[in-house]
Structures are given as structure tokens and as C-alpha cells.
Design a protein around this ligand. Structure first.
Ligand code: FAD
Length: 417
């Protein structure tokens, strides 16, 4: 089949690669140049362990507090539109115990495929920066640690994938460079670090080798659709006929889905990062670390580390705020006192695509028989991109919704309307 994919972020690229590998003809349309959105400067963590969506029990209170007080894990940007209000309401409902459990099970469909899909890339000969250094959530005191571990309670299988660390010695055995006061954590040994730019570069080269076409500076403006089928995609660079269409346009997906008559409950979750270069590996993180107190993620890479933070729901444009970057560096120093901060890149910011229930949205656009969505990956788009591509390709080849992937399907929003 011939497939037009909209959006050359990590998800669109992974989809193009998978479909090309299966012998399908692929055209990838990108309004800018590939990989410039959140796919570029993300925290570079690939987890094959954790499956918790962002709207978790308790997160509504945290988000609500952000309207009054800065420094919260989740910040809400007010927007005055009924669609945004409905989205926030859905997000609030998703934090209840049962929907959170369903969301976690849905994400786990992807999580269990993560390591094998990245291994497959390596076997295919894709060359990109990857490390197997695990990840650790760290806590400063027992109360925070117990609150962190309580999330696992209903999920024995996910709990069995991490090791609880209840002493400072155990934490520092995993990462000796961490600040002395950090005394609790849980460790996911099989988690990885994947430098996203190197991965996307490898995917683009492989897609071209397969005969796929990447068309940059081609913004999708409209669709030609009739009788429940899209026949062409209208762009600033011309009209592309399509047998099958995939919308993998990150935060741009809501607008595109709207053109096809589907109201996708998805807004942005802004975040930011900063790269710190240094030569002495021992001074910095030995694993990827997520801190409970300051809400930062730190990942060791070949040239030093990337630190990131922020979950700014409803942010319209990515914005690098010097105040937030300064705070991020100060939190980094408090976490890794030995890291030298004399070679720091300018900050970066990006908008994650956040579905209302925090779970990726993969499958047929309701009401259409040949247009698919692959978006809503929130904090885990790099992690889930290759697994998403598998789910998508299997669904497209089956030419019908697959029961195994129902929890990921866009129609879950339609049904609960
Ligand atoms: C600070 C931060 C840290 C993160 N850390 C991690 C992490 O450690 N691990 C992890 O797994 N994930 C992480 N993420 C999340 C991850 O980066 C995203 O989920 C992922 O990049 C989303 O990829 P995407 O391809 O769906 O979207 P995007 O990267 O946004 O790509 C979509 C593309 O579509 C294009 N587009 C949009 N509209 C149109 C149109 N009309 N026509 C043509 N093209 C269009 C855009 O230009 C863009 O290139 C992080 C994100 C942030 C911001």
C-alpha cells in the first residue's frame, strides 16, 4: 500500500521506517525540517518498565495549585475555550483510580514492546547513541519514597520490574555521584538512554534507503475526503494522493484530526531542557535520574548530560525562560554537586502532545477507513515511537481495528463522550 505520513518527529519517522521495512511505499510530509519539535531536546530516556500516564491520582490537586503557586510538577496555563475546558475535565476524570488503572494497562501494551523494538533497530543496523544504564527515581525522605511506591500497589507486575532502594548506601551504589542527602529510590535496571537526534538521523537515512520520501517544508493544510475515505492530502508543497494516511503531527494532530471531523482531546504539555558538557564521566549521573523533590530528569550522554523539567499543560508555544533554566541548573547542582557547570548550552523547549487520559492515541480516525492517528505520547514519545510503529503497521495491514490495541484507539474518546 502507499502511505502518506504527516509529521516527521520521532513517531512519524519510526512509522515510516516500519512501514517501509514491510514493503509499503511511504511519503513523509513535514511542515518544517524533521525532528525539530519535542523529539529533538527530550530527556533521552527510554523506559521498558514504567507505564503510568501523567494524569495520576493526586495530579489534579498539584495542577490546580500551580494556578496559585509556581514550582509545581504540573502547571496549568488558562485558556478560554470550551474544548480546552472539556479536555481538562477529561484529564481530571482520568486521575480516578479505575481510569488510571485502565490507562496504565493501555500504556503497558507499548511498554512491554519497548526493549525488543529498540533491539530490533540495532539488529537492523541502525546506528545511534544508546546506553544501557538504567533509571532511578530518587527521594529525599521516607515519606516521599512511600508515596512514590504506593503508585505501584495495584500493579504487581510493574512493581516487580523495579528494585526499591531504602538506604543511602543502596542509592549511591547505583549512582555514586548523587548528592549525599538522597537516601531513597527505585531502580529500573533495564532502562536505557537514547540520544534522540542520532536516532532520528539514522531513521531518516534508513527510510531513504528503503525508497521512502521525506518532503520537508510541506505543511498539511487540508484533506480531500469522501465516503469515509481520504483520497489526497493538500499541502503548501502540492497535493499528495494517498491510499492510507497517518497523522503523526504531535501537538498539530488535534487540528488535523478536526479537519477530518474528529475532535481529538489533546493539548500540549510544555517542557524544557539544557545540555551540560564535561569530560569526567564520574562527576555526573551514572544512570538516568528523576527527582521527586525538584521534578527534574537527568540523563548521561556521550558528551555530558541533559537535564530537563516542566509539564506546562496548555502552553501555546515552546518558550525558553531564563528563570526556569537557572532553576533547572540549580536543581541539577543540588542533585549532582560534582558536575561542572562551565560548559552549558543555551536552553531548549518543546511541546509534548498530551491526550486527555495521558495515553497514546493509535488507530483509525473514527468515521474513516484509511486515516490513522499516532500521537498523544506525552512524556514517552521517544520510548514508544518504535512500538507505536508496530501497532500502527499491524493495524493498517489488518485493515480493521485489532482487539489487542483497543485501549489505544482514538475511538475510546468517542465512546465515552
Ligand atoms: C522536556 C521534555 C522531555 C522529554 N523526555 C522524554 C524522555 O526522556 N523519553 C521519552 O520517551 N519522551 C520524552 N519526551 C516526550 C517526547 O519528546 C514526545 O512525546 C515526542 O517527541 C513526540 O513525538 P511526535 O513525533 O509525536 O511529535 P513531534 O516531535 O512534535 O513531531 C510532530 C511533527 O509534525 C509536524 N507537523 C505538525 N503539524 C503539521 C502539519 N500541519 N503539516 C506537516 N507537518 C506538521 C511538526 O513540525 C513536527 O515535526 C519529552 C518531551 C519533553 C518536551
Amino acid at each position: 500500500m502507499s502511505v502518506v505520513i504527516i509529521g516527521a518527529g520521532v513517531v512519524g519517522l519510526a512509522a515510516a521506517y516500519e512501514l517501509g521495512k514491510r514493503g509499503h511505499k511511504v511519503v513523509l510530509l513535514e511542515k518544517d525540517t524533521y525532528g525539530q519539535g519535542p523529539s529533538h531536546g527530550n530527556a533521552a530516556l527510554v523506559t521498558g518498565v514504567l507505564s503510568f500516564p501523567v494524569p495520576a491520582p493526586g495530579s489534579v490537586g498539584v495542577a490546580a495549585k500551580s494556578l496559585l503557586k509556581s514550582g509545581q510538577a504540573i502547571t496549568l496555563v488558562p485558556q478560554f475555550s470550551p474544548a480546552y475546558a472539556a479536555f481538562l475535565l477529561r484529564m481530571a476524570l482520568a486521575t480516578r483510580k479505575h481510569p488510571f488503572a485502565v490507562g496504565t494497562m493501555a500504556q503497558d501494551i507499548l511498554t512491554v514492546k519497548v526493549l525488543e523494538t529498540f533491539d530490533e533497530y540495532a539488529k537492523d543496523g541502525l546506528v545511534f547513541e544508546s546506553h544501557e544504564r538504567g533509571s532511578m527515581h530518587v527521594f529525599n525522605n521516607q515519606a516521599e519514597f512511600e508515596a512514590g511506591m504506593s503508585v505501584f500497589e495495584p500493579f504487581a507486575d510493574i512493581r516487580s520490574r523495579v528494585v526499591g532502594l531504602e538506604t543511602a548506601e543502596a542509592v549511591h551504589e547505583v549512582d555514586p555521584a548523587l548528592a549525599a542527602g538522597i537516601s531513597y529510590g527505585y531502580y529500573a535496571k533495564t532502562d536505557r538512554q537514547v540520544e534522540p537526534e542520532s536516532l532520528m538521523k539514522a531513521l531518516v537515512a534508513a527510510i531513504k534507503k528503503q525508497g521512502g520520501e521525506l518532503v520537508e517544508h510541506a505543511e498539511v493544510l487540508d484533506f480531500v475526503a469522501k465516503n469515509g475515505k481520504v483520497s489526497a492530502v493538500v499541502t503548501t508543497a502540492g497535493v499528495y494522493e494517498a491510499e492510507q494516511v497517518v497523522i503523526a503531527a504531535g501537538v498539530g494532530s488535534r487540528k488535523l484530526a478536526g479537519m477530518l471531523g474528529f475532535s481529538l482531546p489533546q493539548y500540549s504539555g510544555g517542557g524544557y531542557s539544557v545540555d551540560v558538557h564535561y569530560a569526567d564521566y564520574e562527576a555526573g549521573p551514572h544512570t538516568s535520574v528523576l527527582t521527586s523533590a525538584s521534578h527534574i530528569a537527568v540523563t548521561p550522554l556521550d558528551w555530558g548530560l541533559r537535564a530537563s523539567s516542566g509539564m506546562i499543560i496548555g502552553q501555546r508555544y515552546p518558550e525558553v525562560k531564563p528563570r526556569l533554566i537557572a532553576k533547572l541548573l540549580s536543581d541539577l547542582k543540588a542533585t549532582y554537586p560534582g558536575v561542572p557547570l562551565d560548559d552549558v548550552e543555551p536552553g531548549w523547549a518543546g511541546l509534548r502532545p498530551m491526550s486527555a487520559d495521558g495515553v497514546p492515541v493509535i488507530g483509525l480516525v473514527p468515521g474513516l477507513s484509511n486515516a490513522y492517528l499516532a500521537t498523544g505520547h506525552a512524556m514517552l514519545g521517544l520510548t514508544y515511537a518504535p512500538a507505536t510503529a508496530k501497532v500502527l503497521a499491524e493495524s493498517m495491514e489488518a485493515e480493521r481495528p485489532l482487539a489487542a490495541y483497543e485501549l489505544l484507539s482514538p475511538s475510546r474518546f468517542k465512546l465515552r463522550k
